[in-house]
Design a binder for this molecule. Structure first.
Ligand SMILES: C[S@@+](CC[C@H](N)C(=O)[O-])C[C@H]1O[C@@H](n2cnc3c(N)ncnc32)[C@H](O)[C@@H]1O
Length: 252
Protein backbone atom coordinates (compact mmCIF):
# COMPACT_ATOMS: atom_id res chain seq x y z
CA UNK A 1 0.00 0.00 0.00
CA UNK A 2 1.45 3.36 -0.95
CA UNK A 3 0.44 6.58 0.68
CA UNK A 4 0.00 9.43 -1.77
CA UNK A 5 -0.91 12.99 -1.14
CA UNK A 6 -3.47 14.63 -3.35
CA UNK A 7 -2.86 18.13 -4.62
CA UNK A 8 -5.80 19.16 -2.44
CA UNK A 9 -3.91 17.94 0.60
CA UNK A 10 -5.82 14.73 1.26
CA UNK A 11 -4.11 11.39 1.48
CA UNK A 12 -5.01 8.89 -1.19
CA UNK A 13 -4.22 5.17 -1.14
CA UNK A 14 -3.17 3.03 -4.00
CA UNK A 15 -4.07 -0.55 -3.29
CA UNK A 16 -3.39 -3.73 -5.15
CA UNK A 17 -5.06 -6.97 -4.27
CA UNK A 18 -5.42 -10.00 -6.46
CA UNK A 19 -4.47 -10.75 -10.02
CA UNK A 20 -6.74 -8.13 -11.53
CA UNK A 21 -4.28 -5.40 -10.51
CA UNK A 22 -5.12 -2.28 -8.56
CA UNK A 23 -8.47 -2.65 -6.87
CA UNK A 24 -8.63 0.85 -5.55
CA UNK A 25 -6.86 3.80 -7.03
CA UNK A 26 -8.02 6.74 -5.03
CA UNK A 27 -5.76 9.31 -6.60
CA UNK A 28 -6.24 11.30 -9.76
CA UNK A 29 -5.86 9.36 -12.99
CA UNK A 30 -2.79 10.33 -14.98
CA UNK A 31 -3.47 13.37 -17.07
CA UNK A 32 -7.06 13.58 -15.86
CA UNK A 33 -8.65 16.98 -15.61
CA UNK A 34 -9.39 17.54 -11.94
CA UNK A 35 -12.55 18.89 -10.42
CA UNK A 36 -10.73 22.13 -9.69
CA UNK A 37 -13.14 25.02 -9.78
CA UNK A 38 -16.02 22.93 -8.42
CA UNK A 39 -17.32 24.55 -5.30
CA UNK A 40 -19.09 21.98 -3.21
CA UNK A 41 -21.15 22.94 -0.20
CA UNK A 42 -19.71 21.24 2.88
CA UNK A 43 -23.03 21.60 4.74
CA UNK A 44 -24.86 19.80 1.95
CA UNK A 45 -22.19 17.10 1.81
CA UNK A 46 -22.46 16.45 5.55
CA UNK A 47 -26.25 16.48 5.41
CA UNK A 48 -26.27 14.03 2.49
CA UNK A 49 -24.01 11.62 4.33
CA UNK A 50 -26.19 11.86 7.45
CA UNK A 51 -29.47 11.40 5.56
CA UNK A 52 -28.16 8.56 3.42
CA UNK A 53 -28.84 5.55 5.68
CA UNK A 54 -32.47 6.57 6.12
CA UNK A 55 -32.96 7.22 2.38
CA UNK A 56 -31.41 3.84 1.54
CA UNK A 57 -33.85 2.09 3.89
CA UNK A 58 -36.78 3.99 2.40
CA UNK A 59 -36.16 2.48 -1.02
CA UNK A 60 -33.07 4.11 -2.45
CA UNK A 61 -30.95 0.98 -1.94
CA UNK A 62 -33.39 -1.05 -4.04
CA UNK A 63 -33.37 1.61 -6.75
CA UNK A 64 -29.55 1.64 -6.76
CA UNK A 65 -29.46 -2.13 -7.28
CA UNK A 66 -31.70 -1.72 -10.33
CA UNK A 67 -29.58 1.20 -11.51
CA UNK A 68 -26.50 -0.99 -11.99
CA UNK A 69 -28.12 -4.39 -12.46
CA UNK A 70 -26.73 -6.32 -15.46
CA UNK A 71 -23.76 -4.02 -16.06
CA UNK A 72 -20.31 -5.39 -16.85
CA UNK A 73 -16.80 -4.29 -17.75
CA UNK A 74 -15.78 -0.68 -17.14
CA UNK A 75 -18.25 1.74 -15.57
CA UNK A 76 -17.90 5.47 -15.04
CA UNK A 77 -20.03 6.58 -12.11
CA UNK A 78 -20.60 10.32 -12.26
CA UNK A 79 -20.98 12.22 -8.98
CA UNK A 80 -20.52 9.16 -6.81
CA UNK A 81 -21.21 11.11 -3.62
CA UNK A 82 -20.42 9.00 -0.58
CA UNK A 83 -20.20 5.84 -2.70
CA UNK A 84 -23.61 4.47 -1.73
CA UNK A 85 -23.96 2.68 -5.08
CA UNK A 86 -20.60 0.90 -4.90
CA UNK A 87 -21.85 -2.16 -3.02
CA UNK A 88 -24.53 -2.81 -5.64
CA UNK A 89 -22.26 -3.37 -8.65
CA UNK A 90 -22.55 -6.92 -9.93
CA UNK A 91 -19.35 -9.01 -10.10
CA UNK A 92 -19.28 -8.71 -13.90
CA UNK A 93 -18.27 -5.07 -13.45
CA UNK A 94 -14.48 -5.14 -13.25
CA UNK A 95 -13.61 -1.46 -12.97
CA UNK A 96 -15.48 1.54 -11.59
CA UNK A 97 -14.14 5.03 -12.25
CA UNK A 98 -16.01 7.07 -9.66
CA UNK A 99 -15.95 10.79 -10.41
CA UNK A 100 -16.62 13.03 -7.42
CA UNK A 101 -15.57 16.69 -7.27
CA UNK A 102 -16.62 17.32 -3.67
CA UNK A 103 -13.70 16.67 -1.37
CA UNK A 104 -15.77 15.67 1.65
CA UNK A 105 -17.91 13.21 -0.31
CA UNK A 106 -14.88 11.89 -2.16
CA UNK A 107 -13.28 10.93 1.13
CA UNK A 108 -16.41 8.96 2.06
CA UNK A 109 -16.34 7.23 -1.33
CA UNK A 110 -12.75 6.25 -0.80
CA UNK A 111 -13.38 4.75 2.59
CA UNK A 112 -16.32 2.83 1.21
CA UNK A 113 -14.27 1.56 -1.73
CA UNK A 114 -11.49 0.52 0.67
CA UNK A 115 -13.94 -1.42 2.82
CA UNK A 116 -15.48 -3.20 -0.17
CA UNK A 117 -12.13 -4.11 -1.64
CA UNK A 118 -10.95 -5.44 1.73
CA UNK A 119 -14.11 -7.49 2.14
CA UNK A 120 -14.13 -9.17 -1.26
CA UNK A 121 -11.40 -10.38 -3.58
CA UNK A 122 -13.74 -10.69 -6.54
CA UNK A 123 -15.47 -7.31 -6.79
CA UNK A 124 -14.57 -4.46 -9.13
CA UNK A 125 -11.65 -2.11 -8.76
CA UNK A 126 -12.53 1.45 -7.73
CA UNK A 127 -10.78 4.59 -8.87
CA UNK A 128 -12.21 7.54 -6.98
CA UNK A 129 -11.26 10.62 -8.96
CA UNK A 130 -11.42 14.37 -8.41
CA UNK A 131 -13.10 15.41 -11.65
CA UNK A 132 -16.39 16.67 -13.05
CA UNK A 133 -19.05 15.27 -15.36
CA UNK A 134 -18.22 17.92 -17.95
CA UNK A 135 -14.65 16.59 -18.34
CA UNK A 136 -14.58 12.87 -17.60
CA UNK A 137 -11.14 11.46 -16.83
CA UNK A 138 -11.32 8.50 -19.22
CA UNK A 139 -10.49 8.03 -22.88
CA UNK A 140 -12.82 7.87 -25.85
CA UNK A 141 -14.83 4.65 -26.00
CA UNK A 142 -13.35 3.29 -22.76
CA UNK A 143 -16.56 2.75 -20.81
CA UNK A 144 -19.21 0.08 -21.14
CA UNK A 145 -21.60 2.20 -19.11
CA UNK A 146 -21.90 5.65 -17.57
CA UNK A 147 -24.01 5.81 -14.41
CA UNK A 148 -25.86 8.95 -13.36
CA UNK A 149 -27.58 8.55 -9.99
CA UNK A 150 -29.17 11.68 -8.50
CA UNK A 151 -26.53 13.84 -10.10
CA UNK A 152 -27.73 15.44 -13.35
CA UNK A 153 -30.03 17.65 -11.26
CA UNK A 154 -26.88 19.24 -9.83
CA UNK A 155 -24.38 19.15 -12.70
CA UNK A 156 -23.85 22.72 -13.94
CA UNK A 157 -23.73 21.95 -17.66
CA UNK A 158 -25.92 18.94 -18.44
CA UNK A 159 -25.45 19.00 -22.26
CA UNK A 160 -21.66 19.02 -21.75
CA UNK A 161 -21.94 16.11 -19.29
CA UNK A 162 -24.05 14.12 -21.76
CA UNK A 163 -21.60 14.88 -24.58
CA UNK A 164 -18.84 13.52 -22.35
CA UNK A 165 -20.87 10.39 -21.59
CA UNK A 166 -21.30 9.85 -25.32
CA UNK A 167 -17.56 10.35 -25.91
CA UNK A 168 -16.42 7.81 -23.32
CA UNK A 169 -18.98 5.13 -24.19
CA UNK A 170 -17.77 2.14 -26.19
CA UNK A 171 -19.90 1.13 -29.18
CA UNK A 172 -23.02 -0.47 -27.73
CA UNK A 173 -22.39 1.18 -24.38
CA UNK A 174 -25.19 2.63 -22.31
CA UNK A 175 -26.05 5.33 -19.88
CA UNK A 176 -27.91 4.25 -16.71
CA UNK A 177 -30.06 6.76 -14.92
CA UNK A 178 -31.81 7.32 -11.64
CA UNK A 179 -32.75 10.99 -11.67
CA UNK A 180 -35.58 12.91 -10.09
CA UNK A 181 -37.39 15.13 -12.59
CA UNK A 182 -40.03 17.81 -12.68
CA UNK A 183 -43.51 16.46 -12.00
CA UNK A 184 -46.56 17.56 -13.94
CA UNK A 185 -49.43 19.61 -12.52
CA UNK A 186 -49.39 21.16 -9.08
CA UNK A 187 -46.30 19.29 -7.77
CA UNK A 188 -44.33 20.61 -10.75
CA UNK A 189 -45.47 24.16 -10.05
CA UNK A 190 -44.49 23.72 -6.39
CA UNK A 191 -41.05 22.54 -7.54
CA UNK A 192 -40.75 25.66 -9.72
CA UNK A 193 -41.57 27.88 -6.75
CA UNK A 194 -39.19 26.26 -4.32
CA UNK A 195 -36.35 25.82 -6.83
CA UNK A 196 -34.22 28.78 -5.67
CA UNK A 197 -34.34 27.81 -1.98
CA UNK A 198 -34.06 24.10 -2.75
CA UNK A 199 -30.95 24.76 -4.80
CA UNK A 200 -29.36 26.74 -1.97
CA UNK A 201 -29.86 24.06 0.66
CA UNK A 202 -29.54 21.11 -1.75
CA UNK A 203 -26.04 21.63 -3.08
CA UNK A 204 -27.29 23.28 -6.28
CA UNK A 205 -29.98 20.65 -7.01
CA UNK A 206 -32.70 21.70 -9.48
CA UNK A 207 -36.00 20.09 -8.41
CA UNK A 208 -37.76 21.04 -11.66
CA UNK A 209 -35.35 19.86 -14.33
CA UNK A 210 -36.71 17.96 -17.34
CA UNK A 211 -33.78 15.59 -17.62
CA UNK A 212 -35.52 13.38 -20.17
CA UNK A 213 -35.82 16.32 -22.56
CA UNK A 214 -32.15 17.19 -22.03
CA UNK A 215 -31.16 13.61 -22.87
CA UNK A 216 -33.31 13.62 -25.99
CA UNK A 217 -31.85 16.96 -27.07
CA UNK A 218 -28.37 15.48 -26.63
CA UNK A 219 -29.15 12.63 -29.00
CA UNK A 220 -29.96 9.85 -26.55
CA UNK A 221 -32.74 7.34 -27.08
CA UNK A 222 -35.14 7.93 -24.19
CA UNK A 223 -37.78 5.42 -25.31
CA UNK A 224 -36.70 2.84 -22.72
CA UNK A 225 -36.74 5.21 -19.75
CA UNK A 226 -39.56 5.23 -17.22
CA UNK A 227 -40.81 8.00 -14.99
CA UNK A 228 -42.39 6.79 -11.77
CA UNK A 229 -43.38 8.25 -8.44
CA UNK A 230 -40.75 7.67 -5.79
CA UNK A 231 -42.48 7.99 -2.44
CA UNK A 232 -41.58 8.25 0.32
CA UNK A 233 -38.04 9.33 -0.62
CA UNK A 234 -39.06 12.21 -2.91
CA UNK A 235 -42.83 12.64 -2.55
CA UNK A 236 -43.29 15.42 -5.09
CA UNK A 237 -40.58 14.54 -7.59
CA UNK A 238 -40.95 11.50 -9.85
CA UNK A 239 -37.90 9.48 -10.75
CA UNK A 240 -36.63 8.92 -14.29
CA UNK A 241 -34.84 5.59 -14.53
CA UNK A 242 -33.53 2.98 -16.91
CA UNK A 243 -31.01 2.58 -19.71
CA UNK A 244 -30.41 4.92 -22.61
CA UNK A 245 -28.05 4.74 -25.57
CA UNK A 246 -26.81 7.39 -27.98
CA UNK A 247 -29.05 7.36 -31.04
CA UNK A 248 -27.25 5.91 -34.00
CA UNK A 249 -25.09 3.69 -31.77
CA UNK A 250 -25.65 -0.03 -32.02
CA UNK A 251 -26.95 -2.06 -29.08
CA UNK A 252 -24.82 -5.10 -28.15
C1 LIG B 1 -27.37 14.45 -4.50
S1 LIG B 1 -25.70 14.05 -4.56
C2 LIG B 1 -25.82 12.35 -5.12
C3 LIG B 1 -24.58 11.57 -4.85
C4 LIG B 1 -24.62 10.10 -5.31
N1 LIG B 1 -24.71 9.99 -6.77
C5 LIG B 1 -25.74 9.34 -4.67
O1 LIG B 1 -26.63 8.86 -5.39
O2 LIG B 1 -25.74 9.22 -3.45
C6 LIG B 1 -25.13 14.91 -6.03
C7 LIG B 1 -23.68 14.64 -6.34
O3 LIG B 1 -23.33 15.27 -7.57
C8 LIG B 1 -22.01 15.77 -7.43
N2 LIG B 1 -21.79 16.78 -8.48
C9 LIG B 1 -22.24 18.04 -8.55
N3 LIG B 1 -21.81 18.64 -9.65
C10 LIG B 1 -21.07 17.73 -10.33
C11 LIG B 1 -20.35 17.75 -11.56
N4 LIG B 1 -20.33 18.83 -12.32
N5 LIG B 1 -19.70 16.63 -11.91
C12 LIG B 1 -19.74 15.53 -11.16
N6 LIG B 1 -20.41 15.45 -9.98
C13 LIG B 1 -21.06 16.53 -9.58
C14 LIG B 1 -21.98 16.31 -6.03
O4 LIG B 1 -20.68 16.51 -5.55
C15 LIG B 1 -22.72 15.19 -5.31
O5 LIG B 1 -21.88 14.15 -4.95
Amino acid sequence: MNEQTEPDGHAGRTGSTGPAGPRHRADRLDGAPAGGGFEGDPRFARGWVLASPMLERLGLARARRRLVDGLSGTVVEVGAGSGATFEHYPPEVRRVVAVEPDRHLREHSRHRADRLVAASATGPSFEVVDAVAEALPVGDGEADAVVFGLVLCTVADVPAALAEARRVLAPGGQVRLLEHVRAGGLPGRVADRIAPVWGRVGGGCRPNQDTGALLAASGFDVSGLRTRPFPPVLPFMPMLSGASRPLGASAP
